[in-house]
Design a protein around this ligand. Structure first.
Ligand code: ACO
Length: 429
């Protein structure tokens, strides 16, 4: 017999069904609440207790530090898979066969050309623009160059839309940086794989005849992209789903997701962390001073890269990234004093009652900037790199939301403003 939850309000008992997920998580289905109570609603700012959907894409257990894409452990995927395999897995549900993967790559390459007129839009941005702003705008502009709406009932049309954005997005990501760096735009080279092609478009200098792929750099980038590829109903993914729920198209939804990701409390944290570590270094490296500031409720300073809405034990991605940071810096022969500051801060925080009581641990972004910088990725590109990694997750979630025919997202509120009053003429106010 299915479990029920009983809720009592004004003497009346109401029973709600309790849903059980495949990992035995329970959720009370309050779908009948307003009907049964004549209009009473729930309130949960930040959705700390509210599930917005049922999803079969990513499983996350924040208490035990577990993260799985479609059932596969993140650590195993980061060690053994390549980025497009993970993208395929997230979007279509299973790991691809060799043929499926090759076809996916070929289809993506076929659509990787971005209309030359897009450069005119790019030209309008000042060099001071942040690449995330440019990337969000260019992704939105793609709609104008691909105006036909996608019939989501048609697997073929859905697939075409997916491979188009997977093909064009690395170009737009690289171009967002080339613009602010004052470098010529590169359309890439179809002979290269997805990652090498992106790195070439991003990093090749005009006076270099050939882009030389560095296996250490490439394997670290692949790992980082996989670790960022999906994270269930986070801020940017929820934005993609919410925008998509109005039946706005895939590109419009992803453009909105990019804007949500940009904020320093979300994906923008990777840039904020490196800026924070640099400023601690410039200030003499006194980590205790910054620990005290982070704990002072009158000081707006927060330890960037620390804390997470759902991880209350550790962020498994942070553990993998910390190990990778040591490996990458070691393999490239780089000594970065900022890594020592980061480790010092982490050590102090893990032993400080303020952080221990609040279950604040390093998150995915704490060490990622250190690796990106060692790999030669410019600081303003840290968050666009996150977006490139997150793209398959956004696509998978948008596709699932449309295929499940989810209703338009439209939360309720509790009104706390003025009650009914009469208009006062301007001369009498
Ligand atoms: N430094 C100092 N104190 C913190 C920090 C921090 N980084 N994070 C949380 N706290 C404190 C809060 O002040 C609060 O204390 P209180 O209970 O005394 O009021 C308590 O811990 C709980 O924090 P909330 O802000 O309520 O937690 P929430 O789940 O709403 O926020 C968030 C999570 C946004 C990630 C937060 O921890 C934060 O701002 N971290 C820094 C930014 C960051 O690294 N973001 C990246 C997250 S990972 C990602 O999105 C990819």
């Amino acid at each position: 017999m299915s479990q029920k939850a009983t809720f009592e309000f004004e003497g009346k008992k109401i029973e709600f069904s309790v849903l059980k997920g495949s990992e035995k998580e329970l959720a009370i289905d309050i779908g009948q609440l307003r009907t049964s109570t004549q209009g009473v609603t729930t309130i949960d700012p930040g959705f700390k207790n509210t599930g917005s959907c049922q999803s079969a894409i990513t499983f996350l257990d924040g208490e035990h530090g577990i993260l799985r894409y479609r059932g596969y452990d993140i650590e195993e995927l980061a060690e053994r898979a390549n980025f497009l395999e993970v993208a395929y897995l997230l979007i279509f549900g299973d790991l691809p066969t060799r043929d499926q993967l090759q076809n996916f790559l070929n289809d993506i390459k076929q659509y990787s050309i971005v209309a030359d007129d897009m450069k005119k839009i790019l030209d309008g941005f000042p060099q001071s623009a942040h690449p995330m702003g440019i990337l969000s705008s260019l992704t939105s502009a793609l709609i104008a160059f691909n105006p036909t709406s996608v019939d989501v009932e048609s697997e073929e049309e859905m697939y075409q839309a997916i491979v188009k954005i997977m093909g064009k997005f690395p170009v737009l990501t690289a171009w967002s940086f080339r613009k602010i760096a004052g470098l010529p735009l590169d359309y890439g080279d179809n002979k290269l794989d997805y990652i090498d092609n992106f790195l070439k478009m991003l990093l090749q200098m005009p006076n270099q005849s050939k882009y030389e792929s560095n296996p250490i750099v490439k394997s670290a980038i692949v790992k980082l992209l996989i670790l960022h590829a999906d994270h269930e109903q986070n801020c940017s993914t929820s934005t993609v789903r919410l925008v998509g729920s109005s039946h706005a198209g895939l590109y419009a939804s992803i453009s909105a997701g990019i804007s949500a990701l940009w904020g320093p409390l979300h994906g923008g944290a990777n840039q904020a962390v490196i800026e924070m570590l640099e400023s601690i270094k410039r200030d003499g490296g006194d980590t205790k001073k910054y620990m005290a500031r982070a704990k002072d409720k009158n000081d707006p300073f927060r330890l960037m890269g620390f804390g997470h809405r759902v991880y209350k034990n550790f962020d498994p991605r942070a553990r993998i990234i910390k190990r990778a940071a040591d490996e990458v810096l070691g393999n490239l022969g780089i000594q970065d004093p900022v890594l020592d500051i980061a480790k010092g801060l982490e050590y102090e925080a893990l032993n400080d009652p303020y952080f221990v009581e609040r279950k604040l641990y390093p998150n995915v972004d704490f060490y990622s900037g250190i690796i990106y910088r060692a790999l030669g990725i410019p600081v303003p590109m840290f968050t666009p790199m996150f977006a490139l990694g997150r793209l398959p997750g956004w696509i998978a979630q948008w596709r699932e939301m449309r295929r499940r025919k989810e209703p338009i997202g439209r939360p309720r509120q509790l009104y706390i403003g003025k009650t009914d009053r009469s208009f006062v003429d301007i001369d009498n106010r």
